[in-house]
Every structure is written in structure tokens, then in C-alpha cells.
Design a protein around this ligand. Sequence first.
Ligand code: ZN
Length: 140
Amino acid sequence: MEISDKVLVKRAVEATKKARQVAETREGWKFMGYVGAALVTEAGNVFTGINIELYCGMGFCAEHSAVAEMVKNGETKIRKIVATTAEGNVLPPCGRCREMMYQIDESNLDTEVITGDGDRQLLRELLPNNWQTHFDKSLK
Ligand SMILES: [Zn+2]
């Protein structure tokens, strides 16, 4: 069964709930767990993640933890993904996350990325002219 964009957005927001409860008890955790991500795999499984944000620039995006959860469960192909704030505003993935999804599985260039309310783009549209096709062939 195809999961709707609305349900996937809801799952991303739900992923932030407990993290935000903890964040409210900690000084300096303004954006800890403030972004949630939800993805559905080629097999139809849904995995979620949150961002981690700490002092000294340590941390990672919500997409990273959702992808890690997917790989932990033996999958690499993302059919659709979304990231949102805890308030439910959809966020397009940063450049690092776009590259990560591609490197996890090249077929993810066909991943549908929800980029706004009712908007979606393929990862290949968000990651044009990738560097790998220009890298020295002798080093591959
Ligand atoms: Zn990112």
C-alpha cells in the first residue's frame, strides 16, 4: 500500500515529540530533535529519525538517523522521504543529505523527495552534475 505524503509528514513530526520533551529540560538544546524525517523504502517499510544538535558543531540531520535506521534493518533503497520541523513545516534536504542518500544507493536518484506542501522532486533533480562522474577514473 502506498503511504501518502500526509501520513509520511505526520510520522516525521511524531519522531520529534519525545526528543523535544527532553530538549525542553536542557539548556542549549534549542534545536535538538527539532527536525524529524520519515522515509518509506522500496519494500514499503517506514523508518524515522531526528536531528542531533550539540555544541562545537557536533550532530547530524534527521535524514541521517532515518537512513541509519533503514540500513540497520538491511535496506538501502528509499522510495520517498520527507523532513519537517516539529511544527510540521516541510524542509528540503541539505546538500550533505542529498549526497548521502545518493551514496547509500545510486538508485536513490529516483527517490521522491517531498520538498513542500504538495511539492515533490526526484533526488536527481536536487543533485545535478554529481562529482563522481568527473572524478579521476584511475582512482575508482
Ligand atoms: Zn541534511
